[in-house]
Design a protein around this ligand. Structure first.
Ligand SMILES: Cc1cc2nc3c(=O)[nH]c(=O)nc-3n(C[C@H](O)[C@H](O)[C@H](O)COP(=O)(O)O)c2cc1C
Length: 349
């Protein structure tokens, strides 16, 4: 018998994937108002931005919403690796007229913390989701004490069992097709990573908690297929990237809506952890999984000036063009329309 969390009764079957860097509360609100579960990604927000985004979200919808955090361990910078990384990027700095001696430092992405929990507490979101495992048991207990439902991504059966044992109320089965960062946290071995329709039924069989399918789901038929394989809900990211409410750049949108988007790969170059994006020049030149990239999230800082300069000249050579393997549904439509199509497919499946 599967344990039951009362919040699961109100959880919509369509979850808009939190997507740091390409959305704010507006996308979440549009999805919530259309009957899906909208998500606010917090990984790239300062504490004051988190506060104002949550305020805006709360003011704009009465429906349940999800707030998402990364929960990686902050790495110790490695001077030798930083130097090798800067040397690998130096030719590009020169090409774009940037000074390779002045590469900014910066964490890029911050993990869930007591400070974030202090802000979150006033909002008590219906759902709080995590990527890269779970925060400390104390922080998990604190979030659960507000009545929030705790979700996290699993990329293997082993990770799903770990998350269930450590308090996750539902598990997001993130297949290899998924856009953005792999949520993998118990292994760095990419050969353990499998496709959504192989991973989902194995996790459904292994755990007692509900399982949410993610990765490559981009059409009503994909939603129905995930339901047939035992999903309690689906989490969809890429299909929302070109919606009116996403903040995805014009460059990124045009790549997603072109045949170029048919070729994605996992790359560590933009952050230090494997993430799926459309193959571009940097990935082709250095190899998408080049070990010279510093540990997550330290690789981001040295890429940022290249990205800014190239984008100003209309080039996506240094842009992380995050995308899942199925960008075929990326259309310039209101997120509400996209959500309603998926909800309809779920209900009639
Ligand atoms: C642009 C982009 C950004 C993402 N950022 C996050 C994030 O901040 N937090 C998170 O938990 N997942 C993030 N993901 C992964 C999604 O949660 C989800 O696993 C994925 O979008 C599902 O696959 P799909 O893109 O094929 O629909 C991101 C995905 C994309 C495409």
């Amino acid at each position: 018998m599967k344990p039951h969390h009362r919040l699961l009764d109100i959880l919509p079957p369509i979850v808009q994937a939190p997507m740091a860097g390409v959305q704010n509360h507006r996308l979440a609100v549009a999805v919530c108002e259309a009957g899906g579960l909208g998500s606010l990604p917090a990984a790239m927000l300062s504490t004051s931005d988190l506060q104002s985004e949550l305020q805006a979200l709360k003011q704009s919808t009465q429906s349940p919403y999800n707030v998402n955090f990364f929960c990686h361990a902050t790495p110790t910078p490695d001077a030798a690796r930083e130097l090798a990384w800067h040397q690998a990027l130096a030719p590009y700095y020169r090409e774009l007229g940037l000074d390779p001696e002045h590469i900014p430092k910066g964490p890029g992405r911050v993990p869930f913390s007591t400070e974030a929990a202090n802000i979150l507490e006033a909002f008590r979101p219906a759902v709080v989701s995590f990527h890269f495992g779970l925060p400390t048991p104390e922080l998990v207990a604190r979030v659960k004490s507000w009545g929030s439902l705790v979700l996290s991504s699993a990329t293997t059966v082993h990770e799903a069992l770990w998350l269930q044992a450590h308090g996750a109320d539902a598990i997001i089965a993130q297949g290899l097709e998924a856009g953005g960062h792999r949520g993998m946290f118990l292994t760095e071995d990419l050969s353990t990573q499998i496709g959504t329709f192989a991973l989902l039924p194995q996790i459904v069989q292994a755990v007692q908690v509900p399982v949410i399918a993610a990765g490559g789901i981009a059409s009503p038929a994909g939603v129905a297929a995930a339901k047939a394989l035992g999903a309690a809900a689906v989490q969809i990211g890429t299909a929302y990237l070109c919606s009116h409410e996403a903040t995805t750049s014009a460059l990124h949108r045009s790549v997603l809506q072109s045949p170029t988007a048919q070729h994605t790969a996992l790359t560590t170059l933009f952050s230090g952890r494997p993430a799926r994006g459309v193959v571009n020049r940097l990935m082709r030149d250095l190899g998408p999984l080049n070990p010279v990239a510093p540990a997550f999230p330290l690789a981001t800082a040295a890429i940022a000036p290249l990205r800014t300069a190239a984008e100003a000249a209309g080039s996506s050579d240094f842009t992380p063009l995050w995308s899942g393997q199925n960008a075929s549904a990326c259309c310039h439509l209101p997120a509400a329309d996209i959500t309603r199509d998926f909800l309809q497919a779920w209900v009639s499946a």
